[in-house]
Design a protein around this ligand. Structure first.
Ligand SMILES: [Zn+2]
Length: 305
């Protein structure tokens, strides 16, 4: 178990930057866009502009990598989690108690090698969603392995999962104490795994990730994935991705500055441009999610049984 609350308190107390940014996030304007049986929350968050427009084609060496321990921002406190990862408070939060879980070693973003550690993180942070962004689908630092975590209340999809399952399941599979669902909610296409059995969890996650690799002919799947462990129960959401950014991002007129990552797909969309915050419509969200999520053809081909 990790003493998250006291660690965050210590970080906010000792650094005006963290204190200010956490308060700004808590006070940020929110706007809900309602769909049938679920919703997205837009969060006015100008501090996210660098992350939304990050150029991930450049690969910095360790002397300039902002996740390498030697280059943490001034006043940022590392929490020694284990031999593989340390934890830092996210300086530009989008959710309650937003943390970054950073590899001790400078190595590329990749999920296949760390599924066991990912599950362990969820175990160690009950009530928090531990999440991963693939190197070309939302990670603003794909050159240094990292995950993130925040309180589950900040990510709408978790409170809506029963409604999403009831209304939009297009396929499901039942194993001894594990259920797997394919959901197409008219905006997103994604996989949900639910289980009480920790030993089965890793097996089923790896199986789905291998299937996604098979569909995309990849060795590292482009996915956004989150695990929540709460009340003895695991809920995993996996969003396979077709695209990093939608065409709206590249427009010269009516541009929407967004690079969807796990939080966006989980229903919390940080918006860094004020005009976008007020104008983004149900149709915009549908268009963006449809482009960046797995295509219907590929989703149909994805075997979950
Ligand atoms: Zn690094």
């Amino acid at each position: 178990m990790i003493e998250i609350e006291s660690f965050i308190y210590r970080q906010l107390e000792s650094s005006p930057l963290f204190y200010t940014n956490f308060n700004n996030m808590r006070l940020s304007a929110l706007r809900t866009v309602q769909f049938n049986g679920f919703s997205y929350t837009l969060q006015m968050n100008p501090a996210r502009i660098q992350s939304a427009t990050a150029d991930i084609s450049k690969k910095p060496d360790t002397s300039r990598c902002f996740l390498c321990r030697a280059n943490l921002i001034q006043g940022q406190i590392p929490y020694e989690y284990n031999d593989d990862f340390f934890i830092a408070v996210n300086p530009f939060p989008i959710g309650e108690n937003h943390l970054t879980i950073i590899s001790q070693r400078h190595q590329d973003q990749g999920i296949m090698k760390i599924v066991d550690k990912f599950v362990q993180m969820a175990d160690d942070m009950p009530g928090y969603v531990v999440f991963y962004n693939g190197p070309k689908c939302g990670a603003s630092a794909p050159f240094h392995l990292h995950l993130q975590a925040c309180k589950a209340v900040s990510l709408p999809v978790f409170a809506q999962i029963e409604s999403l399952k009831r209304l939009y399941t297009i396929d499901s599979a039942e194993f001894s104490s594990t259920n797997v669902y394919k959901i197409d909610d008219t905006t997103r296409r994604f996989i949900v795994i639910q289980t009480i059995d920790r030993s089965q969890l890793q097996y089923h996650i790896e199986k789905i990730l291998r299937e996604i690799n098979f569909i995309y002919q990849s060795v590292e799947p482009e996915v956004n994935m989150g695990i929540l462990f709460e009340d003895g129960y695991y809920t995993v959401t996996i969003f396979p991705r077709d695209k990093h950014r939608p065409e709206e991002y590249f427009r010269t007129e009516n541009r929407i500055v967004c690079s969807p990552g796990y939080a966006d797909l989980a229903g919390m969309i940080p918006v860094s441009v004020r005009d976008n915050f007020y104008s983004i419509s149900e149709n915009d969200i549908t268009s963006i999610m449809r482009q960046v999520c797995i295509s219907l053809e590929k989703f149909n081909a994805l075997n979950i049984s």
